[in-house]
Design a protein around this ligand. Structure first.
Ligand SMILES: *[C@@H]1O[C@H](CO)[C@@H](O)[C@H](O)[C@H]1NC(C)=O
Ligand SMILES: *[C@@H]1O[C@H](CO)[C@@H](O)[C@H](O)[C@H]1NC(C)=O
Ligand SMILES: *[C@@H]1O[C@H](CO)[C@@H](O)[C@H](O)[C@H]1NC(C)=O
Ligand SMILES: *[C@@H]1O[C@H](CO)[C@@H](O)[C@H](O)[C@H]1NC(C)=O
Length: 474
């Protein structure tokens, strides 16, 4: 019987039928799996199945059928193959269309303006996931890069034992426009030896972080998700700072443009495009004092009272969505930097956030900060005296992810009233942190309506020396 089947497999018609049966079987198993997952008790699945978990499930199910396909076809359609499999459609015969423009060329020079990796985003990406209501803007060079600049896209992630945060960080990164072009370097600190430290160490969280990272690397090797994933788990406990430094150093071995995330920074879908724009616009090269860019913003802190509606109105009325400031500091919650900065400070950097800020300050360098955050910080919390979590210190009430129309943003610098002062002294700063009249986030506007709030915002804009600055391109 077995011999008969083996012999029959040589015949194309029987082979096709077998394949059809395999596909049918996959669909049945997938459906059973979806039902099973849907039935899992809520406690066991605190969050929705992440995109990666879905991919892992789908890939595991379809593994037998994709094993025979050539590696080039699976990697060239990394996005499309996921979508067609989950939607049950056919994978089509155009998988060799060469749409994989985002390959990262380790160590290569980037003399490829107008072609290859800097060209338009492949159309397979733009069909989008459930939440993206718009096509991502294409990554296009508006200026020529220095000939030896390696514009490979690399994200360094600093991780340890906070798996629930880490999973959200990966999921957000995965949804960010262009993420499939990125090599992800995950530097996981080792478990502590010291007994005192052991008490605060979440061994399960650490093991899950390592396992999840290795799953991502496995998926990437099969053309799913990121372009590549390098996991480096330290045997010894290096501490946050040393681990952060080695993460960034490893990323700079692959590229002259690096994005750095801690394990509690979730990117919005336009965050990578915002970082890349500093290179593609040529700004990083024409402004030698520009050392880095952050995705985070001091604007619109999270507040227990109902403020998000007013904050969203402020963003629209003040035209803030496409605006950034430059300031003399290095905000550590999600940042990008480039070779020049790293060459100047990398060797002597301790890995400490504040030291990087001081390096920027002492050299008269600048960092670009969007007025509306392109990421959020979900992890940093304040505590009561009793040790209970009190507030999310760096969490924003809203970010760019709260808005539509991001694809048309043309980033514009908002001139500072006095560039020698910290942004805290800017009149706009108080407004976007506290609202109109200084304490709107607390009480002043609590009994008033949105219409009144909008009038007050309009009055503020009208009173500016150049109200036309407060228009947004998106
Ligand atoms: C980049 O390409 C141009 C045109 O093809 C060529 O003239 C130049 O020498 C190249 N530069 C490098 C660094 O390869
Ligand atoms: C992992 O990191 C260590 C220390 O940063 C480095 O020496 C080693 O080469 C890395 N290993 C891999 C496989 O990248
Ligand atoms: C690093 O610090 C040492 C000692 O302070 C100094 O000699 C060296 O020039 C510094 N290197 C850089 C790149 O700043
Ligand atoms: C700008 O700020 C600096 C530092 O606080 C201050 O010394 C200077 O007088 C300010 N300039 C103006 C024009 O206000």
């Amino acid at each position: 019987m077995g011999a008969v089947i083996l012999a029959a497999a040589e015949s194309p018609t029987v082979g096709r039928r077998r394949r059809r049966i395999n596909v049918l079987r996959s669909i049945v198993i997938l459906a059973a799996c979806i039902v099973a997952v849907a039935r899992l008790p809520r406690l066991q699945v605190p969050t929705q199945l992440s995109l990666y978990q879905q991919q892992i499930v789908t890939l595991a199910l379809s593994g037998s059928s994709s094993a025979g396909s050539s590696s080039s076809s699976s990697s060239s359609r990394r996005e499309g193959s996921i979508r067609t499999r989950t939607s049950g459609g056919s994978e089509g015969g155009d998988s060799s269309s060469g749409s994989r423009t985002g390959s990262v060329k380790d160590g290569g020079s980037s003399n490829d303006s107008g072609s290859g990796s800097t060209g338009a985003v492949p159309s397979t990406q733009s069909a989008g996931e459930e939440q993206s209501e718009e096509s991502p803007p294409s990554l296009q060079l508006q200026a020529e890069l220095p000939p030896d600049f390696r514009f490979n896209r690399v994200v360094a992630i600093v991780a340890y034992d906070r798996f629930e945060y880490f999973r959200q960080v990966i999921d957000a990164l995965r949804r960010a426009w262009g993420s499939e072009e990125y090599t992800v370097v995950i530097a996981i600190d080792g478990p502590p030896k010291d007994e005192q430290q052991q008490q605060h160490f979440n061994r399960q969280g650490w093991a899950d972080t390592v396992a999840y990272s290795e799953q991502l690397a496995w998926l990437a090797e099969r053309g799913q998700g990121f372009a590549a994933v390098h996991v480096n788990t330290s045997a010894a406990n290096l501490g946050l700072w040393a681990n952060k430094k080695r993460a960034v150093a490893a990323a700079f071995q692959l590229s002259d443009f690096v994005v750095v995330l801690e394990d509690d920074v979730t990117l919005e879908r336009d965050a990578l495009r915002w970082f890349e724009w500093h290179i593609t616009s040529g700004l990083a090269f024409t402004r030698p004092e520009l050392a880095l860019a952050t995705c985070w913003s001091a604007s619109f802190p999270y507040w227990p009272a109902a403020v998000e509606g007013r904050d969203a109105l402020a963003v629209r009325e003040l035209g803030l969505l496409d605006k950034y400031w430059s300031d003399q500091w290095a905000v550590p919650w999600g940042w990008a930097t480039w070779r020049r900065t790293w060459d100047a400070v990398g060797a002597n950097w301790t890995g400490q956030d504040a030291d990087l800020g001081q390096a920027v300050l002492s050299r008269g360098w600048r960092e670009n900060i969007p007025l509306v955050a392109r990421c959020n910080n979900i992890g940093s919390v304040g505590t009561h005296r009793a040790g209970q979590v009190d507030q999310h210190i760096h969490q924003r009430a809203l970010t760019s992810g709260s808005f539509r129309g991001l694809a048309t943003c043309q980033y514009r610098e908002l001139q500072r009233a006095n560039t020698s002062q910290h942004t805290t002294f800017e009149p706009l700063y108080a407004m976007v942190r506290q609202g109109i009249e200084g304490d709107a986030r607390a009480t002043a506007w609590s009994g008033k309506g949105m219409g009144e709030y909008r009038e007050a915002l309009r009055a503020w804009v009208a009173a500016q020396p150049d109200p036309s600055l407060y228009h947004s391109s998106c």
